[in-house]
Design a protein around this ligand. Sequence first.
Ligand SMILES: NC(=O)c1ccc[n+]([C@@H]2O[C@H](COP(=O)([O-])OP(=O)(O)OC[C@H]3O[C@@H](n4cnc5c(N)ncnc54)[C@H](O)[C@@H]3O)[C@@H](O)[C@H]2O)c1
Length: 248
Amino acid sequence: MELGLRDKVVLITGAASGLGRCTVDYMLDEGARVLLADVNEQALATALEETSAHETSGVVLDVRDFDACKAAAAEAASTWGQLDVLVTSAGVGGGIDFFKDETPEDWKALIDINLLGTMNCCRAVSDIMVEQQSGNIVALASEAGKGNEKRMAVYGSTKGAVISLVRGLALELGRYNINVNAVCPGVTDTPMIAYLDEQSRARAAGFYPLGRLGRPQDIAAMITFLASEQASWVTGQAISVSGGFGRS
Ligand SMILES: NC(=O)c1ccc[n+]([C@@H]2O[C@H](COP(=O)([O-])OP(=O)(O)OC[C@H]3O[C@@H](n4cnc5c(N)ncnc54)[C@H](O)[C@@H]3O)[C@@H](O)[C@H]2O)c1
């Protein structure tokens, strides 16, 4: 199947690790041009080195900084003359404490990065995409944003809010030919879940009808499809990629 991503310009946040990094490879395999954005300068440099055979560029970006998000979007558009796709994969994990044991300090980064950072990036690209009368946004939410989990109340809240954001943006931006969707992974094997020991990983795998944790490729494939021409009539959706866990 031809996805129609050749020469498309793709901005990926959180591009230096995990799901973002894997999505960079999927997009490059399809012939897209990719601006990798990440707050981790060293990991970004490594990712740029690894992808240097392709048309890539990089920007150190903290998604909490709205002006920096606007500058990154403008850089993609000025370097390559267009900005077709935004993938928001920058995020931080939760799942440490029960809510009753947490304080507002524990929530700040989750809300600032996962929710406000996603809003910053979506807003930063929207002027360019509206002007172009075309665009595609894929936001990383989570299965925890649909049903939530113990010890993940705030993390899940940020992801539930991202799902709601995506639905609102799909309604507002559809008239400009801009698709907006969320991908909701289950527990997927990236540095974000490095804190899980073998026993916890096995217990988590048991929650999924398919009996295993996600692989970054499982998620990157869905992101790439949603960003493509083949998904041009899909918008406002929160798609579970979670081994059968989410069935609504
Ligand atoms: N791995 C999972 O099990 C899982 C499940 C559901 C959803 N998700 C979501 O997928 C997204 C990617 O997660 P991952 O597993 O690839 O994690 P990861 O930790 O491997 O990668 C996250 C990347 O985001 C970057 N980042 C963090 N804060 C940033 C900021 N303020 N500005 C810019 N970049 C920043 C990090 O430097 C890192 O490169 C996250 O939004 C996460 O919540 C992950």
